[in-house]
Design a protein around this ligand. Structure first.
Ligand SMILES: C[S@@+](CC[C@H](N)C(=O)[O-])C[C@H]1O[C@@H](n2cnc3c(N)ncnc32)[C@H](O)[C@@H]1O
Length: 251
């Protein structure tokens, strides 16, 4: 196993419960936007790549025929199974496994989705190719993630995020994410911002020693500057908003 995957397992085994708790509070409109942009309906066989605690997969299962969720971190899949049980959903299958390669045959799914994951991959282009491979012709591939808008802003943002989570690799620039979809048809895009307070985020994080303070200092120094592109403010405590894009295209 490479260093990045060891970091992922270390971080997300510890983050599984706090991550699931934080995102269980998310506004339902976030899920609706993803499901609508990915055009998921009652006939769809869906794969959720790096599904984490199954928050998206379970919402999707309420409208799709069947959802498979795959994630490298066993503790995340355990959270997903518990969530499925508490919701009484029966049309889900879970697997502990890698996004690259995906352990599924070509053209196995009509929809392939992933959320908040590309900034954890060392080879996002390779993962995207895997997502396209397992999607059937005429099906849709959908990526939802944080993005940067320039190399300089992206480098500053990546430095900030690694203070909080050493398994962060790189927030792709919007143009890089768009380029992934250049071979697909009918590309749809939606944007939203995901607001957080710094202390809530850090309470659920497992940074290296000194990382939490460096994170606070860096966000605070960006208030009124916005070099990081996250609209930092001190209103009601230090806070900011992740810029998120959903891109979806037809194979
Ligand atoms: C920030 S969480 C997002 C979870 C979920 N997609 C969601 O939106 O709630 C990132 C997830 O990616 C998983 N992950 C990272 N690298 C992976 C890889 N190479 N293969 C499979 N899963 C991976 C982690 O285990 C973690 O559960």
């Amino acid at each position: 196993m490479d260093e990045q995957r060891k970091l992922i397992l270390d971080q997300f085994t510890r983050q599984a419960v706090p991550f699931a708790e934080m995102h269980a509070r998310d506004d339902a409109t976030i899920h609706r936007l993803l499901i609508e942009t990915a055009r998921i309906g009652p006939e769809d066989e869906v794969l959720d790549v790096a599904c984490g605690p199954g928050l998206v997969a379970c919402e999707v299962a309420k409208v799709a025929r069947h959802v498979t969720g795959v994630d490298l971190t066993r503790a995340m899949i355990e959270q997903a199974e518990a969530r499925q049980g508490s919701l009484g959903l029966t049309n889900l299958t879970w697997a502990v496994g890698d996004a690259q390669p995906l352990a599924f045959p070509d053209a196995a799914f009509s929809r392939v989705i992933t959320r908040y994951t590309f900034h954890h991959f060392t080879d996002p282009v390779g993962v995207f190719a895997e997502m396209v491979r397992v999607c059937r012709p005429g099906g849709r591939v959908t990526v939802c993630d944080v993005f940067s808008t320039s190399a300089e802003q992206g480098e500053a943002y990546d430095r900030l995020e690694r203070y909080r989570d050493p398994s962060h690799t790189r927030a792709l620039q919007l143009a890089e994410l768009e380029a992934l979809f250049s071979g697909l048809g009918d590309v749809r895009r939606e944007f939203y911002r995901y607001p957080v307070t710094v202390e809530d985020l850090l309470a659920r994080a497992f940074p290296e020693p000194g990382g939490a303070d460096a994170f606070r200092r860096t966000v605070d120094a960006d208030v009124g500057v916005n070099r990081l592109g996250i609209d930092a403010s001190r209103e009601g405590g230090l806070r900011f908003a992740f810029p998120i894009v959903i891109l979806s295209g037809v194979k």
